[in-house]
Design a protein around this ligand. Structure first.
Ligand code: HSE
Length: 432
């Protein structure tokens, strides 16, 4: 084994960074044996240097992250600060000064992955980011390496633990969104400002990364259609239960049937209770991958948290260090298919539409005509008269597969019918 250690600079020492440092120390001998050389923490860049960090030599702590990545003797920079800047500049500076990079930064990778990969390649460095998507779950490496000989057609996943916790709570207790969010906040699953999670931004960044890797193409954050889950109601869960489904916030990346384009989207959807993703409870993540040769694969585990995310970071660290010792680099960017990303209107799926309608003769026929006029075929209809004496009824229509554009046209026309008092909810039905 080489005795000269590989030097690691850690950018950020919060929930994930402190676990990375701890595991590097406690597993030092095993890491050295697996890599073929010891790895040494050479510097830790933080914002608050006065904070006591157990197990970290205070002499290694600095507030000058730029000077740390410019040192020239750093082999690997581990970036766990998140956000776009200063992370982007620190990573590019690290590449220019001889270091490879392990990052957990989904927002940055989704936005600037192409440019960062290009620079890494130009400089002969590695850029690894297993921790950026679904925390501890091995997903990037299986897609990039294990499935490199196969053809992935679909990636369907629960990639946000906070929203899965909230939806699971609503499902199991009948709670409304706000009540479930309050519990998620009290238990530390939801952040004080939960926007990135509940509005689907976090999942959309992960979907962009997954789609790009799965289909060997370029999918930018802006290409991902996104709807959050704040409008999901207890009534939606009751409707879902009535048809043997539950509701999940899904990231769905698909290759078109003709292979000529891809789509990526994040939105709440009903899925059958028999689908493996339906049983993903609490804050867990799971990703279902469908490919030509392997068939259906499911990856499951903790999608967030200090130690689970650090596990993914350490796996990358070992891989990058091994590459460094052998004088090679690992798999880089692979966007050779250059498939266009189709707009949401071209996505084809099933829909569950809940309408408030007048309870009088001819209404069902009128509603059915609107669906027919837009080429949307109805699978089932369920009507229930209201007990409040208002003469209205609730009408639930489940469609066969139709394009999102056709469905949007249908809903717009339904809203213009005098007999339709309102469209209570529209939800896509997936996983069948
Ligand atoms: N906030 C994310 C989640 C974890 O709730 O899953 C980090 O991506």
């Amino acid at each position: 084994m080489r005795t000269r250690p590989l030097k690691v600079a850690l950018l950020g020492c919060g929930v994930v960074g402190s676990e990375v440092a701890r595991i590097m120390t406690t597993h030092a001998a095993d890491l050295a044996a697996r890599i073929g050389a010891p790895v040494e923490l050479a510097g830790v860049a933080v914002r608050r240097p006065s904070k006591v960090r157990e197990g970290i030599d205070p002499a290694l702590v600095t507030t000058d992250a730029t000077a740390l990545v410019k040192r020239g003797d750093i082999d690997v920079v581990v970036e766990v600060i998140g956000g776009i800047e200063p992370a982007r500049t620190l990573i590019t500076t690290a590449f220019e000064h001889g270091a490879s990079v392990v990052s957990a930064n989904k927002a940055l990778l989704a936005q600037d992955g192409a440019a960062l990969h290009a620079l890494a390649q130009e400089q002969g460095r590695d850029l690894y980011y297993e921790a950026a998507v679904a925390g501890a779950i091995p997903l990037i490496r299986p897609l990039r390496e294990s499935l490199a000989g196969d053809k992935v057609n679909r990636v369907l996943g629960i990639v946000n633990g906070t929203t899965n916790f909230i939806l699971d709570k609503m499902d199991s207790t009948g709670a409304g969104y706000q009540e479930a969010l309050d519990e998620a906040t009290a238990l530390g699953y939801a952040e004080a400002d939960p926007t990135a999670d509940v509005e689907g931004f976090d999942a959309a960044a992960k979907a962009a990364i997954l789609a790009g890797i799965a289909f060997h193409t370029r999918v930018r954050l802006d290409d991902v259609y996104r709807e959050g889950m704040i409008e999901v109601t207890a009534a939606d869960f009751a409707s879902a239960k009535a048809m043997g489904c539950t509701i999940k916030l899904l990231a769905i990346c698909e290759r078109a049937a003709d292979g000529g384009s891809v789509t990526a989207r994040v939105h709440p959807a009903m899925i059958p209770l028999s689908h493996p993703l339906a049983s993903v409870r609490g804050a867990y993540n799971a990703v279902f991958v469908e490919s030509d040769a392997a068939g259906q694969l499911m990856f499951y585990g903790p999608g967030a948290g200090g130690a689970p995310t650090a596990s993914a970071v350490l796996g990358d660290l070992v891989a990058v260090c091994r590459n460094k010792l052998s004088g090679a680099t690992g798999p880089g960017d692979s966007a050779y298919t250059q498939l266009p990303v189709s707009p949401m209107g071209e996505v084809v799926t099933r829909y569950h539409i809940s309408l408030d309608v007048a309870d009088k003769p001819g209404v069902l026929a009128q509603v059915a005509t609107v669906f027919a006029e837009h080429g949307v075929s109805i699978d089932t209809v369920r009507q229930q008269g209201r007990q409040d004496g208002g003469g209205d009824a609730s009408l639930v229509v489940v469609t066969h597969r139709a394009s999102d554009a056709s469905l949007s046209g249908t809903v717009e026309a339904l809203r213009n019918l005098d007999t339709v008092r309102g469209v209570a909810s529209i939800m896509r039905v997936e996983g069948e």
